[in-house]
Design a protein around this ligand. Structure first.
Ligand SMILES: Nc1ncnc2c1ncn2[C@@H]1O[C@H](COP(=O)(O)OP(=O)(O)OP(=O)(O)O)[C@@H](O)[C@H]1O
Length: 470
């Protein structure tokens, strides 16, 4: 930080631990100096900034334990500074200094997360007291969070005794504490979102926010401002400035779900943010430093997407530092009984009038034989459904949805191959045709997804699907 941006206060008195760091922001130099010196006398490591720019620089470059800011500062207002400080370090209290005439705005600042306000003129002892109390409360909150975390480490809530899942848990435990990006790969419903949250809770960032964005659920033109924020008036309808999810996740984790659906232009912008560690809100000419751990997930085969020109290879390398393959449920069938029991207990507590208590042996056998294309989510839905519909205490085969008990539902790759090829030995061209049409049907008729899964372009798919001539 340039020395003129935020001047050192007097040396803090020794208080045992390190002196709490306070940034005082006021455009009146005499006032700023008086408050800073007074706080230094009370044992704080206090510095001051005279403009919004100086304050932003100071906040960017150093972690403050407390921000004390006037509401009227040239270049911005105290509310924006408040938002910035909350984004950068959500646990650090903000105290607002205000003139009597601006008490309304001061009250608004409390609504937006400030800890307290003091009206000018005030005595520095009074301010020092508020600061101490704010620090005590935030330390207590921190402790409570740590205790809560110890009680519910979410990896413990993710069910899985299978070797495949234990491998996943091991890997996640080993990497959770670093800030390296994690890429979760797996079919829909395998538990990627659950694992993303677990990675955050297991990490040193757990006290900071965990922010999720589903890249396929937000229209492309809104996703950019959703991620990076925008200034007031950046586009029609932008009546307010918006911080953006990157800034909101500052200090914590940003979970980019369905990253494979992101458009190429936005992929380029995301790559840039990851490279420089700064975001620029839409319509702004200034960027802001962000410290965010990225966890991304996709059910697409991203290498095929790269080959098909739909995903940037350089972005894939950035995200793919630690790749975690989350196995489909059909490859960890030994987890089904515990998962079913877990979902049954959850459904019972959601529907106290339900009579279902257990699943019959037949039902469990059917659950174990089924292929689960929708994975754990589908199992959860099936259990929810039979809990609601089954009239007795024990579910029977007839209570299961029909697709679970039909032979085609069973997860037998040999059977799938038999259905496609019978006993015949076929020309490769015919195998291509049958396989492509089987894959297309399995992926719900989605041509793009089929191309990606098969690693071919759309022309090749069309060629494969055509009846061989002659
Ligand atoms: N191992 C597990 N233990 C307990 N619950 C699980 C487990 N895996 C998944 N679930 C539950 O199954 C449902 C689907 O999981 P989740 O949303 O995490 O899947 P996903 O892979 O992110 O799916 P999608 O790719 O469609 O977003 C959720 O309700 C989740 O809580």
């Amino acid at each position: 930080m340039p020395r003129e941006a935020a001047q050192e206060g007097q040396a803090a008195r020794e208080t045992g631990g390190p002196a709490p760091r306070v940034l005082v922001v006021d455009d009146q130099r005499a006032m700023a100096e008086m408050v800073t010196d007074g706080l230094a006398d009370h044992g704080f490591d206090a510095r001051f900034a005279l403009t919004a720019e100086e304050a932003t620089l100071a906040i960017d470059e150093r972690n403050y334990d407390v921000l004390v800011t006037d509401l009227r500062i040239p270049g911005t207002d105290g509310l924006e500074l408040l938002a910035l400080s909350r984004a950068k370090s959500p646990a650090s209290p903000v105290i607002v200094m205000t003139a009597f005439s601006a008490v309304d705005t001061a009250i608004e600042s409390i609504r937006r997360g400030a800890y307290h306000y003091v009206t000018k003129p005030f005595r520095v002892e009074e301010l020092a007291l508020f600061i101490r109390r704010a620090l005590e409360e935030s330390a207590l909150r921190h402790e409570a969070r740590a205790l809560r975390k110890a009680l519910r480490s979410t990896l413990d809530n993710v069910i899985g005794d299978s070797a495949a899942m234990r491998e996943v848990f091991d890997l996640i435990r080993r990497v959770a504490d670093s800030s390296a990006p994690v890429l979760l790969l797996g079919e829909t419903g395998t538990g990627k979102s659950l694992l993303a949250r677990a990675i955050h809770v297991e990490s040193a960032r757990s006290a900071a926010p965990f922010v999720t964005v589903n890249c396929s659920a937000i229209p492309e033109n809104l996703l950019e401002s959703e991620l990076f924020g925008h200034v007031r008036g950046a586009f029609t309808g932008a009546t307010d400035a918006r911080l953006g999810l990157f800034a909101e996740a500052n200090g914590g984790t940003l979970f980019l779900d369905e990253i494979g659906e992101m458009s190429l232009p936005l992929q380029a912008k995301l790559l840039h943010v990851l490279e420089v560690g700064r975001v620029r809100p839409v319509g702004s000419d200034k960027d802001r430093k962000v410290d965010v751990r990225i966890v991304a997930a996709t059910n697409r085969h991203l290498r095929s997407s790269v080959a098909a020109g739909l995903f940037r290879e350089d972005l894939l390398y950035r995200l793919d530092v630690i790749a975690v393959d989350v196995p489909p449920l059909r490859r960890r069938k030994e987890d089904i009984p515990r998962l079913a029991a877990h979902f049954l207990a959850a459904a019972q507590s959601r529907h106290p009038k339900a009579t279902l208590r257990r699943l019959s042996r037949d039902v469990m056998d059917a659950l174990l034989a089924y292929a689960w294309p929708g994975n754990v989510r589908e199992l959860e839905h099936v259990i929810e459904r039979i809990t609601l519909l089954c009239p007795g205490e024990q579910a029977a085969l007839a209570d299961l949805p029909k697709n679970l008990t039909s032979p085609a539902g069973a997860a037998n790759p040999a059977r799938a191959a038999d259905m496609a090829f019978g006993d015949e030995v076929l020309p490769i061209r015919e195998i291509q045709r049958r396989y492509a049409s089987w894959a297309l049907q399995k992926l719900g008729g989605a041509k793009m997804a089929t191309c990606e899964a098969l690693g071919i372009d759309s022309k090749t798919l069309a060629k494969w699907l055509k009846e061989p001539e002659g």
